[in-house]
Write a protein that binds this ligand. Structure first.
Ligand SMILES: [Zn+2]
Length: 308
């Protein structure tokens, strides 16, 4: 028996699977569009330049994709709406000002819809954007002291990336009410009385969110309130994140909020069920690849749009 037969079998099974579950489109995940990209790997992957965004759009246009908003993507997935070619749906997480300043002009130029999933603490001024605060402190020191008194070198870019990764792991496992004080302590221990962020990392205001929505090209979805991994929350906090964020956006924009992006892509069957009960129509994850027909709307996949 040829040793290549198992591979043949897998590709046969895959071709049957592809026939039964054809690709319907791609929901793209973006965060920031900026000229000034970070040297910290985990932040840099969240950033693309305006030129790269435009290049990407031109590529998809030349490949004859259909550009749809998240409502239409949902209807296509639910087989309530048919298109004759695969779709592309642009989505942003968090809610940074550069989405308006740098991304919107590109979308406007090509008349392409996009969605921003807002964590409502961003425009409310309460957000702890720890990943950019850490970025800021790491740029200015050669050794870092963590709140528990341990020291790590962070002179080279490899060391900075290592420290960022270590601190990120601790923060993601820290109860949300202690994250801000953990970051403040890092700044305190390393010679800065107040925690800071890179000057170009600025959340959208409610007025700017409203302006974006009024352009007719931008849909606003929810990304929770405090940008915390949802699966670790108790029932009360979970429904606060899901319901309060939705109500807050609706109150500010006057438009219904139907779609959710799980912060950090973190979810469980309990989280998905709670989102459904809170009235969302769909929720998008981080990663997972291409959308296929009959995809569970609370497990919508996304493909990160990354620039090298
Ligand atoms: Zn996020």
């Amino acid at each position: 028996m040829s040793k290549f037969q198992p591979l043949k079998k897998i590709s046969f099974i895959r071709s049957i699977y592809n026939k039964i579950n054809p690709v319907s489109g791609t929901i793209l995940m973006l965060h920031r569009v900026t000229e000034r990209r970070s040297n910290i790997k985990d932040n840099r992957i969240l950033e693309i330049t305006p030129a790269f965004l435009e290049e990407t759009i031109k590529n998809f246009l030349s490949l004859n994709y259909e550009f749809v908003d998240i409502d239409t993507a949902f209807r296509i997935q639910m087989q309530e709406y048919k298109i004759s070619k695969p779709y592309i749906c642009f989505t942003f997480d968090d809610g940074f000002k550069d989405n308006l300043m740098n991304a919107y002009p590109v979308f406007k130029k090509y008349n392409i819809p996009f969605t921003i999933f807002i964590a409502t603490d961003f425009p409310d001024g309460n957000a702890c954007i720890w990943w950019y605060q850490l970025d800021e402190i790491l740029q200015n020191i050669d050794t870092i002291e963590f709140p528990d008194g341990t020291f790590y070198p962070c002179k080279t870019i490899e060391e900075k990336n290592h420290v960022f990764h270590l601190a990120g792991k601790i923060i993601k496992n820290t109860p949300k009410e202690y994250v801000k004080s953990y970051i403040d302590k890092i700044f305190e221990k390393n010679g800065s009385a107040k925690s800071k962020m890179p000057s170009d990392v600025v959340p959208l205001t409610w007025n700017e969110i409203k302006t974006l929505q009024e352009t007719g090209l931008c849909t606003i979805g929810s990304h929770g309130v405090t940008h915390v991994p949802l699966s670790q929350l108790n029932d009360y906090s979970l429904s606060y994140e899901l319901l309060h964020s939705r109500e807050r956006i609706e109150e500010q924009t006057g438009h219904p909020v139907r779609h959710l992006a799980y912060p950090y892509g973190d979810f469980s069957p309990r989280v998905a069920e709670a989102a459904r009960k809170c009235g969302y129509l769909s929720a998008v994850k981080v990663g997972g690849g291409l959308q296929r027909v009959r995809q569970d709307p609370f497990h919508f996949k996304r493909e990160g749009l990354f620039q090298k």
